[in-house]
Design a protein around this ligand. Structure first.
Ligand SMILES: Cc1ncc(C[n+]2csc(CCOP(=O)(O)OP(=O)(O)O)c2C)c(N)n1
Ligand SMILES: CC(=O)[C@@H](O)[C@H](O)COP(=O)(O)O
Ligand SMILES: [Mg+2]
Length: 627
């Protein structure tokens, strides 16, 4: 299946075009839309499964609602490719997630149809309620629709939104897109509840009678009111979570029947107050490899659309492994010898490598759903009871749990190991997902250790050191592969707050934190061949800093360069300058890292270049020391 070999029948460049189609044509268009997404993503990777799952729902929403006047808010936004394509971005879609191209998520500045930006989960209900409330205050008759997945609904923020909306009685439609999957299979009691209301015979018998009435009557509004009132007093309210929260619950409906969806949405437009439509979909719908292995096909990378064969990074043989694999293998090794070690992840077991522990010791590994704050406080509870929790959270998602880190972990001095995966520039996921801020936001917390390994062996040793009970301990490391294939080495304790003097020099001291140190090592090498004698120090810790090392740097060097894969504002460079200032050293200093602006999507290498800490940027900065 290639774009050139298939002649598309429908050319839809806006929802207005879409609304001209007949119901039958809409079905045909959905097939083509699905084909187009598969074709595009085969070459230019992205979030495939979720987008394929909402093709019909997206078409139905734009068909029925008057977008962009009516507001569609996509939760996470990784499923919004059909939405982008329908709303005038078909041609630019080939630049999805690429440098200077489209964001992989809805983004307000990208299109008037993107009513609210996304990337992180569970925000849609709150945002839609805000938009609906503003409309009500202004006397506007616009609809606000939040589309939230069953995974995103596990996030506490979603319930804060439901709780508020149910009481506010504002006109709001929440569409629950239930495919029983997060990235990995969805987890938790809510998942079982959703299954039970989808399959309960007694519940559905009552509800289906209500639906049948709705579809038959011409005087819809009055009847719905009647049915609604009857139901409110009766069975549904007590047995339905959403009804208990004062939402009218509708469904479940087949999310791949575009005809039924348009009819139901049309009906729901007429109903006032907070409503929830439960839609059942299949993640990866219409592409059999993606339906078969929904986890892998959440974001499969490049693939052959005919065969479903994927290009993968093996991390096998002599190739350096992914940090994620090293994390997973290492926690398993540590857990085998220390039965107090447990693993916690908020919905990212495969992404972070904790699935390796989960396979062998499922009872000591906890996927808590998309619930970062809970993951941290749950870990704190485990630590308070004597366990050694390794709580693995992507750096940008940890932003959600900041108070939990301060209030529940640090303030109580608990031995929680917080592994921040995807720290630094992550690449194609763009601004919402860059792990830019963690050094700055973590190092300002008292009594916490913040470390970053330069390679896989260092990661293992830091994990080992943290497992010995060193108080709140953060280990940050990037998305992707390390540099060593000889990483399976015996554990060695690393003295907390001690850096490594990797190379001596006289003209300039280059200090780095974490994996970027490998690029610094190369730049220093090159610079020394070109006549600049540069010392290189791997700081290892952003907190506590290595005072002995920094005193020596302060005494000996008139120029320093600090390099980090994190924000320059408040980062480890700032920490070094605070130190220098405190002790009266006055080196001329240059800080390389993520500048004070949001960095969009691109490859990691492109983004490092833009930020000025790729090999060339670091080399040029060092060469300014040439006399
Ligand atoms: C706060 C936060 N935590 C974790 C993630 C990573 N993440 C992105 S999509 C996803 C699964 C979402 O599941 P669901 O909402 O059901 O959508 P589906 O992929 O099934 O369409 C997760 C865990 C995120 N984007 N934001
Ligand atoms: C949409 C989302 O938040 C995730 O799917 C994220 O893109 C995963 O990132 P990784 O590919 O780095 O695991
Ligand atoms: Mg889901």
């Amino acid at each position: 299946m290639t774009e050139s070999s298939y002649k598309y029948l429908y050319r839809i460049d806006s929802p207005a075009d879409l609304r001209k189609l007949s119901q039958q044509e809409l079905v045909g268009y959905c097939d083509e839309l699905r084909r187009f997404i598969i074709e595009q993503l085969a070459l230019n990777p992205g979030h495939l499964g979720s987008s394929l799952g909402v093709v019909e729902l997206t078409a139905a929403l734009h068909y029925v609602f008057d977008t962009p006047y009516d507001k569609l808010i996509w939760d996470v936004g990784h499923q919004a490719y059909a939405h982008k394509i329908i709303t005038g971005r078909r041609d630019s879609f080939r630049m999805n997630r690429k440098l200077n191209g489209l964001s992989g998520f809805p983004k307000m500045e990208e299109s008037a149809y993107d009513a609210f930006g996304g990337g992180h989960a569970s925000t849609s209900i709150s945002a839609a309620l805000g938009i609906a409330t503003a409309a009500a205050l202004r006397g506007e008759r616009r609809h606000a629709v939040a589309v939230i997945g069953d995974g995103a609904l596990t996030g506490g923020l979603a319930f804060e939104g439901l709780n508020n909306a149910g009481a506010a009685n504002t006109d709001l439609l929440v569409i629950l897109n239930d495919n029983r999957m997060a990235i990995d299979p969805n987890v938790g009691a809510l998942k079982e509840y959703l299954l039970s209301i989808s399959t309960s015979k007694r519940y559905n018998a009552v509800k289906n009678r209500a639906w049948a009435h709705m579809e038959r009557t011409p005087r819809l509004r009055r009847l719905i009111q009647k049915v609604g009132n009857a139901l409110k007093q009766g069975f549904l309210q007590q047995s339905n979570l959403f009804e208990s929260l004062r939402f009218r619950y509708f469904g479940p409906v087949d999310g791949h029947d575009v005809g039924q969806l348009t009819r139901v949405l049309q009906d729901l437009k007429e109903i006032k107050g907070p409503k929830l439509l439960h839609v059942l979909t299949v993640k990866g719908k219409g592409y059999s490899p993606a339906e078969r292995d929904q986890k892998i096909w959440h974001a499969p990378g490049v693939f052959n659309p005919e065969t479903g064969e994927r290009a993968t990074h093996g991390g096998n043989g002599d190739e350096p492994p992914l940090y994620q694999k090293v994390f997973g293998e290492t926690i398993l090794e540590l857990a085998r010898t220390n039965d107090r070690i447990v693993g916690i992840t908020p919905a990212m077991p495969t992404g972070c490598g904790l699935n390796i522990l989960m396979r062998e010791m499922p009872e000591r590994c906890f996927d808590v759903g998309i619930a970062e704050g809970h993951a941290v406080t749950f870990s704190a509870g485990l630590a308070a009871a004597g366990m050694v929790p390794f709580c693995n959270i992507y750096s940008s998602f940890m932003q959600r749990a900041y108070d939990n880190v301060i209030h529940d972990v640090a303030l109580q001095g608990l031995n929680v190991v917080m592994c921040l995966d995807r720290a630094g520039l992550v690449g194609e996921d763009g601004a919402t997902h860059q792990g830019a801020f963690d050094i700055a936001y973590m190092r300002s917390i008292p009594d916490i250790t913040v470390a970053a390994p330069m390679d896989e062996v260092e990661l293992r040793n830091l994990m080992y050191t943290a497992s010995l009970g060193r108080g709140p301990f953060v280990i940050r490391y990037p998305r992707g592969a390390g540099v060593r294939s000889d990483w399976r080495q015996p554990f060695r304790e690393i003295p907390v707050g001690r850096g490594r003097w990797l190379r001596d020099g006289t003209d300039v001291a280059v200090l780095s934190l974490g994996h970027v140190g490998n690029t610094v090592a190369e730049a220093v090498e090159r610079a020394s061949a070109d006549g600049v004698s540069a010392a290189h120090i791997d700081l290892r810790f952003a907190k506590p800093l290595d005072a002995t090392c920094l005193h020596e740097v302060g005494r000996r060097f008139g120029r320093i360069v600090v390099v980090e894969d994190g924000t320059v504002t408040g980062g480890v460079g700032s920490a070094v300058l605070e130190f220098m200032n405190a002790y009266g050293y006055r080196p001329q200093a240059e800080l390389l890292g993520i500048p004070d602006r949001f960095i969009g999507q691109g490859t990691q290498e492109q983004l490092r270049r833009i930020c000025g800490f790729d090999l060339e940027g670091i080399y040029r900065t060092i060469m300014k020391s040439k006399k």
